[in-house]
Every structure is written in C-alpha cells, then in structure tokens.
Design a protein around this ligand. Structure first.
Ligand SMILES: Nc1ncnc2c1ncn2[C@@H]1O[C@H](COP(=O)(O)OP(=O)(O)OP(=O)(O)O)[C@@H](O)[C@H]1O
Length: 256
C-alpha cells in the first residue's frame, strides 16, 4: 500500500529575525503537522515570543524588524510563503489566531467581546451572530459559566475565564492554527488545568504552537517540544522523549 505523505501546516525554514542590530532568532527551522501541539520553551529572552509573532507577522509592527527565511503555510484557501508578498497580513491573522499571556479583553460586555470582531471581520448579524457567539463560547468551554451574564462587563470575569474569553474571541474567527503565548502563566493551578484540558481537546481541530515556562506542562501537553537557546533551536523532543524521564532529564540538561 502506498504510504500517505502528511504535509506540514506550517513549515518554518531558516528563519532569522533582527531588531535593528540585535539578532533575536537565527536559522530556526521547524514544522507543525495537522493536529499537533508544539511547545516552545527556553530562558527569558531566548526569542520564544518573537518566534510566535513571526508566524502571524506581528514582529513587523516594529519598524526596525528584519525577517529572513521562509514560513510556508498550507491552510484551506491559503498556501505559500507568508513573507513572499502574496498573502495579506490581515488574511493570515484570521487563519492564525493568537492569544497573549495577559488576557487582552476589550472594555465591553462578555458578549460584545465576541460579537464585535464577528461583526467587523465576518459581517455577521442577527441570528447568525448569536449562534456563532454561543458556538465560540462553547468551543472555549466558557458558555455554561457565562450564559446567564452575557451583558456583564468582561472585566468581572476571573483571570482564567478572561483567558478563555480571549480564546473564544480568537476561535470565533475560525482560525486554522493557534499561537498561544504562555496561556496559563497568570493563572492558579485549577484555572491552568482547565486551559490545559481545553487545549488537549482543541488540538484535534487546530494545530497549536504554544510558548510555556513550565516543563511539566510541556510533558503533559506537547506532541513535540522545542528548546530555544539564544535564538537557536537547541533541542527537539518527540512524545517518546517527553515521556521517558531519564531521556527527558538528559536532553533538558544538555539544552539549558
Ligand atoms: N520589538 C522589539 N524591538 C527590539 N527588541 C525586541 C523586540 N521584541 C523583542 N525584542 C528582544 O528580543 C529578545 C527576545 O525577546 P522575546 O520576547 O522573543 O523573548 P522570550 O523568550 O519570549 O522571553 P520571555 O520568556 O521573557 O517572555 C529580547 O532581548 C527582547 O528584548
């Protein structure tokens, strides 16, 4: 029987990023396959957030940023090198949703945090708008907690709920990949655990690249782990290496 070749959804090749004279990423290559959850770890300042931001071209918001190398994507309705000029950053960011470390809620009600981007970006109105809003809140495992208080200000939610609201807002635009920058960093154990369970469910439908400071979290969640050191990939571990305690410790010691 012919073996089916699985193509990566995101293929990063020899990516280098500078801010003015400062080299932050050097020759980074990694691929993300369908349904994979990739975790990036590394010391503070090793370039983890810069790598995430390169995938949806957010580094370009800094005028002194220079990016070299390629990032090829294969999404429904979009394929090619995102830096080659034929893909618009806005279209790219719809397909590659990003959630930041500190929940970036909008200063409106819980409901409006979802409906506003849906109206502006997808032009939804009426019944379609409310159905899609409910779908996104369910997808982020938040609906049952907020369905009776949709008109309350989003700032009245707990930190973990705000993080899931941000995730719901990202999912509402139906991305094909998710970039998560330390999604549980500001949460207590219980709230972090809820997000972890949610990510394990979501990875069946989206490919996910997450930055984490927790090796325990990486062991629990990652299909593959990448360790960044001074802007380069110092180590890659697959699920087997992550589960083998002796190998895991040896590779971590080598890389850090
Ligand atoms: N817009 C920018 N302009 C100049 N330097 C930047 C910019 N963004 C990031 N840097 C620098 O790039 C380096 C890597 O930053 P980055 O945020 O990617 O690190 P990180 O590994 O995510 O760190 P942390 O774990 O502390 O969040 C840092 O030295 C940072 O100061």
């Amino acid at each position: 029987m012919e073996e089916k070749i699985v193509e990566p959804v995101i293929a990063i090749e020899r990516l280098s990023v500078h801010f003015a004279a400062k080299v932050v990423l050097k020759d980074v290559s990694l691929s993300v396959f369908p349904g994979e959850l990739i975790i990036i770890v590394g010391h503070s300042g090793s370039g983890k957030s810069t790598l995430l931001r390169a995938i949806n071209r957010l580094n370009e918001c800094s005028p002194d940023c220079c990016t070299k190398g390629t990032i090829r994507v294969r999404f429904d309705g979009m394929s090619g090198d995102i830096y080659a000029g034929s893909i618009s950053p806005n279209e790219l960011r719809r397909r590659v949703g990003m959630v930041f470390q500190t929940p970036a809620i909008l200063p409106f009600s819980i409901e409006k945090n979802i409906t506003m981007p849906l109206k502006v970006t997808l032009g939804l109105r009426g019944q379609a708008l409310s159905e899609h809003t409910e779908w996104a809140l369910r997808e982020a495992s938040l609906w049952d907690e907020v369905k009776e208080r949709l008109r309350d200000d989003a700032s009245t939610l707990s930190g973990g709920q705000q993080q899931r609201l941000c995730l719901a807002r990202t999912l509402a635009l139906q991305p094909q990949a998710l970039l998560l920058d330390e999604p549980t960093a500001s949460l207590d154990f219980r709230a972090a655990n809820r997000i972890e369970q949610l990510l394990l469910r979501l990875k069946k439908h989206y490919c996910i690249v997450a930055v984490s400071h927790s090796l325990g979290q990486a062991k629990r969640l990652a299909d593959r782990l990448f360790i960044l050191r001074e802007g380069r990939i110092a180590q890659e571990m697959d699920r087997q290496a992550l589960q083998d305690e002796t190998m895991f410790r040896r590779l971590i010691e080598e890389a850090f």
